[in-house]
Design a protein around this ligand. Structure first.
Ligand code: ADP
Ligand code: 5GP
Length: 246
C-alpha cells in the first residue's frame, strides 16, 4: 500500500481503543480498519463501527474465500482484518491503522515487513485489573472468570513486545496520546518527508524516546511488575492481591 501501515497491539484493557479514538480526533489522513469478529457486541458497540459482527460460519466462509489479510482466535472468538481495508486506504491515499492481537500482527509483519508496530502496555497488573473491572462495570457485565483470563493472558502478550518498533506505556492518558500522535507524525516525516511544522523537533524526540530500542530502562519496572524478567517469565503471576483495587 502507498500509505503507512500501523499495527497497534496491547493486552485487553490497556487502553488501546481509548488511545486510537483520541488519535483519530487529532490526526487526519489515517483510516482505522474495522475488523470482523464472531464475538457479540459489547456495551454501546455498533455493527460496522467498532467491528463487523458476524457468525462463525460466515467468518469461516470469508477465510476460505481468502478475504482476510490475517485472522486469529482470541479469547475463544475469531477476529480478522479484511484485505479490502488495505485497498480502500490505498485508494484514498491514507495511512491505515490495524488494532490487532500479537498473533495477527505476526501474520501481517510476515507479509508486509514495512508495517510499523506499536505495542501498548498498562503500567502494571493492578492498574490493568482496575481498568478491566471498571470497563466491565460501565458496560454492566462483570464476569470475574473472563477478567482473570484476560489478566493471565496479558503477561503472555507482553512477552511479545520485542516484535514491535515502538512501545507506549499507557499510564497518563494525555501523555500516551501525545506519544502515539508523535509516532505517526515522525513516521510520516521519515518515510514521506512530510513536514511537521514548528514543533517538529519535539515530535521527533518524543517518538524516538518510544522506540523499543530506547525503552529498556523505562520498561524495566513494567516488565518486572508483570513477572517478566529478561527472557524468563516467572511462574507466579502477580495478580493475587486485590487490596488496591477501586
Ligand atoms: P483496550 O482497547 O486496550 O481493551 P480500553 O480503551 O477499552 O482498552 O480501556 C480500558 C478501560 O481503561 C476503559 O474504561 C478506559 O476508559 C480506561 N483507560 C484507558 N486508558 C486510561 C488511562 N491512561 N488512565 C485511566 N483509565 C484509562
Ligand atoms: P476485544 O474483544 O476486547 O475488542 O478485542 C480482543 C482482542 O482482539 C484485542 O487484542 C484486539 O486487538 C484483537 N483484535 C481485534 N480485531 C482483530 C483483528 O482483526 N485481528 C486480530 N488478529 N486481532 C484482533
Amino acid at each position: 500500500m502507498a500509505g503507512i501501515l500501523f499495527i497497534i497491539s496491547a493486552p485487553s484493557g490497556s487502553g488501546k481503543s481509548t488511545l486510537v479514538s483520541e488519535l483519530r480526533k487529532q490526526v487526519s489522513g489515517i483510516e482505522f480498519a474495522v475488523s470482523w469478529t464472531t464475538r457479540p457486541p459489547r456495551g454501546s458497540e455498533e455493527d460496522g463501527r467498532e467491528y463487523h459482527f458476524t457468525t462463525r460460519e460466515e467468518f469461516m466462509r470469508m477465510v476460505n474465500a481468502g478475504l482476510f489479510l490475517e485472522y486469529a482466535e482470541v479469547f475463544g472468538n475469531l477476529y480478522g482484518t479484511a484485505r479490502a481495508s488495505l485497498e480502500e486506504a490505498r485508494i484514498a491515499g491514507h495511512d491505515l491503522l490495524l488494532d490487532i492481537d500479537v498473533q495477527g500482527a505476526a501474520q501481517v509483519r510476515s507479509k508486509l515487513s514495512e508495517a510499523v508496530g506499536i505495542f501498548v502496555m498498562p503500567p502494571n497488573p493492578h492498574v490493568l485489573r482496575t481498568r478491566l473491572r471498571n470497563r466491565s462495570r460501565a458496560e454492566g457485565v462483570v464476569n470475574e472468570e473472563e477478567l482473570y483470563r484476560r489478566l493471565r493472558e496479558a503477561s503472555k502478550e507482553i512477552e511479545n513486545y520485542r516484535e514491535y518498533g515502538y512501545i507506549l506505556v499507557n499510564d497518563i492518558l494525555d501523555r500516551a496520546v501525545a506519544q502515539l500522535e508523535a509516532i505517526v507524525l515522525a513516521e510520516r516525516f521519515y518515510r514521506n518527508g512530510e513536514a511537521i511544522a514548528y514543533r517538529s523537533r519535539r515530535v521527533l524526540e518524543v517518538a524516538a524516546a518510544c522506540l523499543q530500542t530506547n525503552s529498556q530502562e523505562r520498561l524495566k519496572p513494567v516488565l518486572e511488575a508483570f513477572g517478566i524478567t529478561g527472557s524468563n517469565v516467572q511462574q507466579q503471576l502477580p495478580f493475587g492481591d486485590d487490596s488496591d483495587d477501586d
